[in-house]
Write a protein of this length. Structure first.
Length: 184
């Protein structure tokens, strides 16, 4: 078993968007069942990885170690606003080195976005947890992955060697489910 396990997490609209046209996750994409699922997953993770515009905004957020992708640093630097966070420029240093610098050499790495961050790890995911709110549409929104628009999120995941498992309903009244996509 590898020392680091990579898992992605996102909720998308029925048309594959993770944010609206203003690049904001709208209330229409927030559901209690998905929130509970996501919170529990992040509570189990050794490290959270996301871009500058992504965050989970939860009570336990300040307690979680995280790496924030940015081009504003050469390789890594402590985040001046969060003692549990490390700023990381992938062009300056490998992920494993950044992870080591924040003190995480084993465990689950939770990748929570945005699209470029998801794409960076696409061929490394052990699992990707795709939550879908089938009844929500976000015309002109931000696609969850590069290539979504002409393709669905599911087609993008499949093209990277991930296969769907059994979907689990998170919010049945609203038609929100999560499907684990696993490597081979």
């Amino acid at each position: 078993m590898p020392a680091l396990r990579f898992e992605g997490y996102v909720i998308v609209s029925g048309d594959g968007m993770l944010a609206n046209a203003q690049n904001v996750m709208p209330d229409e994409l927030k559901f209690e069942g998905d929130k509970r699922f996501f919170t529990a997953a992040l509570d189990r993770a050794a490290l959270i990885v996301h871009g500058r515009n992504s965050h989970e905004d939860q009570p336990n957020s300040p307690k979680r170690k995280r790496i924030i992708l940015t081009r504003r640093v050469a390789s890594t630097e402590p985040d001046p606003s969060n003692p549990k966070a490390l700023l990381w420029n992938p062009a300056g240093i490998a992920f494993e080195q950044a992870s080591e610098r924040i003190g995480v050499t084993a465990g689950t790495i939770a990748i929570i976005g945005g699209p470029a961050v998801f794409d960076m790890f696409m061929d490394r995911y052990d699992a990707f947890w795709l939550s879908v709110a089938v009844n929500v549409r976000l015309p002109g929104g931000e696609p969850c992955f590069p290539g979504v628009g002409p393709r669905t999120p599911q087609q993008v995941l499949r093209s990277h060697g991930l296969k769907p498992g059994e979907a689990q309903m998170l919010d049945p009244a609203d038609g929100v489910s999560v499907t684990p996509w696993r490597r081979g």
